[in-house]
Design a binder for this molecule. Structure first.
Ligand code: TTP
Length: 199
């Protein structure tokens, strides 16, 4: 394989992939992440993950020959509403108030494009997350950590957000933004395996 590309600007996704000792480049996609409330959450994340990978593929053109491009998209689904990343403090407050004291579902879509085999695989993972009941004061204090702003649903389970997550059901790494087990099952379908430390 000539190039392995992670089509993501997410520091969490980069860290998670790094641990397998593979050499990869980081080339974030430039798509507009538009969520459609007319589509189910799993379709939204699957479509967005695919769009991210395809945008990087098109940008690379001929240079994408013999490459593996990995991309992902994460959203939070609660009471019929899809929550992406909050753009300001007001939105972060709204999201945290909405997920407080109940469970929600985190969906991550994953896309793997193998240009050497002319294959595109896309799939998604879902996990259930239970958030403690928070007072307005607790929500404001959490927002002051600065953590909510680039995270779907306005929290990070891997950071201060761990202090508001009571429990989860499903893949932890899916909540952080890259479901590693799912990703590896997709890679295995293409004849690769992260366990081998090389792709
Ligand atoms: C729920 C949750 C989300 N997140 C993050 C993962 C993703 O980075 C982000 C969701 O936004 P995404 O749009 O999925 O990704 P991104 O914009 O950060 O990066 P890119 O599109 O370039 O790949 O939320 C956490 O880090 N922890 C959490 O607990």
């Amino acid at each position: 394989m000539k190039r392995i590309i992670l089509a993501s600007s997410s520091p969490r996704r980069i860290e998670l992939l790094k641990q397998f000792g593979i050499k990869f480049e980081v080339l974030p996609s430039n798509i507009d992440e538009v969520i459609s409330n007319d589509l189910p959450p799993e379709e939204n994340v699957t479509i967005l993950a695919k769009k991210k990978g395809e945008e990087v593929l098109n940008r690379l053109g001929e240079d994408a020959k013999d490459s593996l491009i990995i991309s992902a998209d994460t959203i939070v689904f609660v009471e019929g509403d899809i929550l992406g990343k909050p753009s300001d403090e007001k939105q972060a407050f709204y999201m945290l108030k909405k997920i407080s004291g109940k469970s929600h579902i985190v969906y991550t879509g994953v896309c793997v494009i193998d240009t050497s085999k002319n294959h595109i695989l896309s799939d998604f993972e879902k996990s259930y997350v239970y958030i403690k009941n928070m007072t307005d004061e607790e929500i404001l204090r959490y927002i002051q950590t600065g953590e909510p702003f680039d995270k779907a649903g306005a929290y990070a389970i891997q950071g201060f957000g761990s202090l508001i997550v009571e429990k989860i059901e499903g893949c932890f790494y899916n909540v952080v933004g890259l479901p590693l087990y799912k990703l590896n099952t997709m890679l295995q379908k293409l004849g690769y395996d992260l366990m081998k430390g090389e792709l």
